[in-house]
Design a binder for this molecule. Structure first.
Ligand code: ADP
Length: 495
């Protein structure tokens, strides 16, 4: 380790710090390195090996070699390895959380929560892999018998984002491995250290060489790795979580080889509060759905639509809660809102707030860049008097800014909510059973939270519609993504 690496957190187990690619079961250096920095301080954390086209190709070949024996194991054997890996994640939760907070910025308590969430996917799919059942279909010909089998798709690639550096990996890798696929991961350039520590634990759990590969790369290197994996005919499936813009590029790159795709893209979640909502519960839900991870999740409440009758009381109560949120470095005790991931993210959040203020909105709480705390901090912010023309009501803000829009009728709320090119998550609060069912049916979103701001867990299908993508992660639906359907039709059985 170089002297420049001193900003790294002290780990109980220093060997969890890995800075090379996991390729064919070995740690391998690429031709160059790229810098990973702490967003809270701007300090250099580590130089990480940057994957190139050659490594990307070698990783596909390693995954191909590993496939027959991995696919040939029983689901129970594969499940035992996934369970062991989950156990190791939990046992090393403190170190993983330290690494995650150092490179991603989220408060340590949230980082620990993410380790547990990440382990839950391994645990859930360790069991669900045992339930890949087929079908027997009665034939219209008495001389035939016919079955439907489910088989692993083969070598899979995963490209993951920085906002959940660990859980977005296990949410893809666990169902792929449980199904009998081998899988390669390219983590986000901002957060490779968490991914590599996770890979180190996979090795310790006993995952055979080539079954899992992890290829870190810089922003430019990521484009190269993406091109190689998308073009490679042996890669049968690509799972991507990230921006809609990059999702479209990857989809186009995968078209010539007709890969199966899972695309978990951007969101612009509406959070609707009706007059008949439970006020305390709605305020609490809004805080959870908005400020967790500094608003940097694709299901963060991006706009709060509040009915006129409850508007003032809701804003009053929410303003108190937001003003009380403790912003600062994720390593500091009691901090609830950490930094944004980088300068570009900060600039976008500031631009959204400035645009709203210029067009007549008011910052009821916050509204300022917090240069006193570090390079990328922004105040937890509550904007009132927001209109549908403002950028924060249309684009994904990805920051700790809650814009409040007032509405009068249910029909208005529904029209506002659906007036988005995105369709990932929507939330609403109401105690009226008819409205609950009516609205849940009418919202053009892949996920609807009713009277709750928290909607994701390992057993549930996570994913969107419209420009938020397609495919589902989590639950038995998440396993389907990694299985092909084979028809076996046997004739002449009475001969
Ligand atoms: P965000 O805007 O949230 O950073 P991106 O969609 O840019 O999201 O990035 C998500 C993931 O996609 C990261 O791992 C990033 O390195 C990767 N990525 C970005 N552009 C490309 C590309 N052209 N080809 C392959 N991977 C890419």
């Amino acid at each position: 380790m170089s002297e420049a690496d001193t900003a790294l957190p002290a780990l109980h187990d220093a060997s969890l710090l890995r800075t090379e690619a996991l390729l064919g079961g070995e740690w391998v250096s690429g031709p160059s390195r790229f810098a990973v920095c702490n967003p809270a301080t701007g300090e250099h954390l580590a130089g990480v090996s940057c994957g190139d086209a050659e490594q990307a190709r070698l990783m596909v070949e390693a995954a191909e070699r590993a496939l027959p024996s991995w696919r040939g194991r029983s689901a129970r054997e594969r499940g035992l390895l996934l369970s062991r890996w989950a156990q190791l994640l939990r046992q090393n939760a403190d170190d993983l959380a330290q690494l995650m907070t150092a490179e991603q910025g989220k408060p340590l308590a949230e980082a620990r929560g993410e380790v547990s969430y990440a382990a839950s996917f391994l645990e859930w799919y360790a069991e669900e892999g045992k339930r890949v059942y087929g079908e027997t279909i009665p034939s219209s010909d008495s001389n035939k018998r016919q079955w439907v089998w489910r088989q692993p798709v083969g070598v899979c690639a995963a490209i993951t984002p920085w906002n959940f550096p660990l859980a977005m990996i296990t949410r893809k890798v666990a169902p792929a491995l449980a199904a009998g696929c081998t899988v390669m991961v390219k983590p986000a350039e901002q957060t490779p250290l968490t991914a590599l520590a996770c890979a180190e634990l996979a090795l310790r759990a006993g995952l055979p060489a080539g079954v899992l590969g992890v290829l870190p790369a810089s922003a430019d290197g990521s484009i190269t790795v993406g091109q190689v994996w998308c073009a490679h005919p042996s890669v049968r499936h690509l799972s991507f979580t990230g921006s809609t813009e990059v999702g479209r590029i990857l989809m186009a790159q995968c078209a010539p080889t007709l890969k199966r795709l899972s695309m978990e893209l951007g969101g612009q979640a509406p959070f609707i509060v009706f007059d008949d909502a439970d006020l305390d519960s709605a305020v609490e839900g809004a805080v959870q759905a908005k400020y967790r991870n500094s608003g940097q999740t694709c299901i963060s409440a991006n706009r709060l639509l509040v009915q006129a009758g409850i508007h003032d009381a809701f804003v009053e109560r929410l303003a108190e809660r937001v003003a009380g949120l403790h912003v600062g470095p994720g390593t500091q005790a009691g901090v609830q809102v950490g930094p944004l991931i980088d300068a570009a993210a900060l600039a976008k959040v500031k631009a959204h707030v400035d645009d709203a203020l210029a067009l007549g909105a008011t910052a009821r709480v916050g509204g300022q860049v917090r240069g006193d705390l570090g390079p990328t901090f922004f105040d937890p912010t509550l904007l009132v008097g927001v209109t549908p023309k403002m950028r924060c009501a249309v684009e994904e803000t990805f920051g700790p800014v809650a814009p409040v829009l007032k509405f009068d009728t249910e029909a208005q709320a529904l029209a506002l909510a659906n007036a988005s090119e995105y369709g990932l998550a929507a939330y609403f609060y109401s105690r009226d059973i008819g409205r609950v069912i009516r609205l849940a049916e009418a919202l053009e979103y892949g996920m609807v939270g009713v009277n709750t701001g928290l909607i994701s867990s390992a057993e549930l299908p996570f994913g969107g519609v419209k420009q938020s993508g397609f495919g589902r992660e989590g639950g038995h639906h998440g396993l389907e993504e990694y299985l092909d359907t084979k028809l076996v039709c046997v004739g002449d059985v009475n001969a």
